[in-house]
Design a protein around this ligand. Sequence first.
Ligand SMILES: [Fe+2]
Length: 133
Amino acid sequence: MDLLQWDDSFKLNIPRIDEQHERLIELIRDLEDAVQDGTGGLLISYVMQELIRYVGLHFGDEECLMMEYDFPELAVHRQKHSFYISRLQEILEQNRDGDALSTATLAFLKEWIVTHIKGTDQEYGRFIRATQT
Ligand SMILES: [Fe+2]
């Protein structure tokens, strides 16, 4: 099954966040395409930079939302975000010379984000939805 196939199991039912998650999945899919097409390191670096920029904005937005609702697990969640951003930055650094991304690295980037959205993010989604009602 394609991990990056968008479906309702990704949804938090918070429209702004769902849109951002959908865009994130699209970017990872672009990255996967660039790796599989063998188009080379330049395109991969470009998509990676866009991914880092967008992930930064999105994680910031999520953390603001959690703060707004006093989500008790904010600190732990923030650590997870920082971990992913630092891994992305490391990978981009290693890729600056134009090397293609390894299958293992791509698998890590995909699996982490899918697991994060479907697991960790669902926790704050449930909390916020419960607080709203
Ligand atoms: Fe998150």
